[in-house]
Write a protein that binds this ligand. Structure first.
Ligand SMILES: Nc1ncnc2c1ncn2[C@@H]1O[C@H](COP(=O)(O)OP(=O)(O)O)[C@@H](O)[C@H]1O
Ligand SMILES: [Mg+2]
Length: 359
């Protein structure tokens, strides 16, 4: 969808390359994050894709079409751009800001106002903000309006330059979650620039890590980068405890089922469970298959549960102080669905690693 081929760019008076021999492609429908220290060429790369600037050498392709010699206006129509903040026009209302591109494209009034309503709903904005000016909005609202404006003419590509950088952690967390939900519905091809590795990991299907001098240090899925950092630079950049970050991306539902010996309320083994009789402890279920308590050498031990949507990082934390070192996995209805111990988590990390090796 977007392909960069051996892009180089140096600015006059700046000895270092802004971008150096950059080659990469972003697939259709992919959410790609660019991350790296300040000054390593992330913004410059977005500007090359959007034709705000041209490379010294190399070529950018969008939907297979080389940008050198292409009609800039045609190219830009395919791209929604969220600039590094403050990005909104200060003297235009929110509604006018959102309508910018549709107006340029000559849409009629009714079409524009219908589209504004759609975008307000899509971005979970209060319709009350439409008449306000950007300085009358919170940082989070400004971000939502900027994204609404970029999406106004429904372009297939969305480029965003640090859209959540100036926003407090609680609102940023919400915006990130909403962005993921939006993408699951819209399937745009997205490049989002950030300097926050955790944001890059959370949002990106793949992460491009840039380093000083405009070079690509690694471009891969978050899990592959965390499991196999390509260099000391990447290792330092992703920070401590990469395995905890990997667990944070996996859920209980990603684990294979692991059973234990089950007993009914009379503490008799349930049918088909005799093969597990050698286990030191057993789980007692009620008539609806809901876990009641553990029976450990005649002692009753309370049960702690894990639900299918929980992150394995949370599960790992729970496992550290749970009786017997085992959590009971339950369905949404609270019914027994297997157990989880720390061995299962390390197997998940190792298996993930092996399977990604063979990809
Ligand atoms: N218009 C410009 N003129 C001169 N140097 C520039 C210009 N734009 C960017 N640079 C330089 O190019 C390098 C990359 O900048 P940029 O792409 O903005 O980095 P990032 O977005 O990763 O922080 C930096 O060294 C920056 O100083
Ligand atoms: Mg930048």
């Amino acid at each position: 969808m977007i392909r960069l081929e051996n892009i180089k760019k140096t600015y006059p008076g700046n000895a270092q390359h802004a971008i150096n021999a950059l080659s990469m492609s972003v697939n259709e429908g992919e959410f790609c994050t660019f991350v790296g220290p300040s000054g390593c060429g992330k913004t410059t790369t977005l500007r090359m894709i959007n034709q705000l600037d041209v490379p010294d050498s190399g070529e950018v392709y969008i939907q297979g079409q080389a940008l050198s010699g292409a009609d800039i206006i045609q190219v830009r129509r395919k791209i929604g751009f969220v600039m590094q903040s403050p990005a909104l026009f200060p003297h235009r209302t929110v509604a006018e800001n959102i309508a910018t591109v549709p107006r340029l494209l000559g849409w009629d009034k009714h079409a524009i106002s219908a589209r504004i309503d759609e975008l307000v709903a899509l971005m979970s904005l209060d319709p009350m903000v439409l008449k306000r000016y950007p300085h009358q909005l919170s940082g989070g609202q400004q971000s939502r309006v900027s994204i609404a404006r970029a999406l106004a003419a429904d372009p297939p590509i969305l480029l965003m330059d640090e859209p959540f950088a100036a926003i407090d952690p609680v609102v940023r967390d919400k915006l990130q979650g909403d962005m993921l939900e939006l993408q699951s519905r819209l399937h745009k091809t997205i490049i989002l620039v950030t300097h926050d590795i955790n944001e890059a990991i959370r949002l990106g299907d793949r992460i491009a890590i840039f380093q000083q001098g405009g070079r690509l240090a690694q471009f891969d899925t978050p899990d592959n980068i965390l499991a196999h950092p390509a260099s000391d630079f990447v290792r330092d950049f992703i920070g401590p405890e990469p395995n905890l970050k990997r667990l944070g991306m996996m859920r209980v539902s990603d684990l294979p089922r692991h059973d234990v010996l089950l007993l009914d309320q009379d503490e008799k083994p349930l049918a088909g469970e005799y093969s597990l009789l050698s286990q030191p402890y057993a789980l007692v279920l009620d008539e609806e298959s809901r876990p009641l308590y553990w029976l450990d050498n005649g002692h009753l031990v309370p049960v702690r549960i894990a639900e299918e949507h929980q992150s394995l990082r949370q599960v790992y934390s729970d496992l550290l102080d749970v009786p017997l070192g085992v959590l009971v996995r339950v369905t949404m209805q609270g019914q027994y669905a297997g157990t989880i111990d720390s061995r299962l988590l390390s197997d998940a990390l190792n298996h993930h690693q092996e399977s990604s090796h063979h990809d």
